[in-house]
Write a protein that binds this ligand. Structure first.
Ligand SMILES: [Zn+2]
Length: 141
């Protein structure tokens, strides 16, 4: 509790540094500038006005490409992914997705279904479920 990262940004009116606080990210009480703040921290402070303690004027961090307003919540679903050729392997056998391999939809085991025309959305997941229900619901003779 009470842990936050700070981004110090010069006030556009008087030039004094104004603190923007973020509870996203690692929250190790780090102090960043706009140039080196991590992405999740920037997301937390953008479009959120602060008042300069020195001159009393208000300022906000804005990006013309990111207009104010709530970002829509993504609606993810689980999808099978191809095994990466060079996973990061931990000594205890854990594996992580390789840092040098940016995940794209080409890494999916099954081609992405856009569901544009409405009748492709059920092709993957829902054909499996009745089979599972059948197998577990009916005792085999
Ligand atoms: Zn100021």
């Amino acid at each position: 509790m009470g842990m936050f990262d700070s981004v110090m940004v010069p006030c556009p009116t008087c030039g004094e540094r104004v603190e923007f606080q973020s509870k996203e990210g690692e929250c190790l009480c780090s102090v960043f500038t706009l140039a080196n703040a991590p992405t999740e921290v920037v997301w937390d402070i953008i479009n959120s006005p602060e008042r300069c303690g020195n001159c009393g004027s208000w300022m906000a961090l804005i990006d013309p490409n990111v207009p104010p307003g709530k970002r829509p919540r993504p609606n993810p679903m689980a999808a099978k992914v191809k095994t990466p050729s060079n996973p990061i392997t931990h000594s205890q056998g854990f594996q992580w997705w390789p840092d040098d391999h940016d995940f794209t939809f080409d890494d999916l085991l099954q081609p992405l279904m856009t569901g544009q025309d409405g009748d492709t959305h059920s092709a993957g997941a829902e054909t499996n479920n009745p089979a599972i229900a059948k197998a577990t619901g009916k005792p085999t003779p």
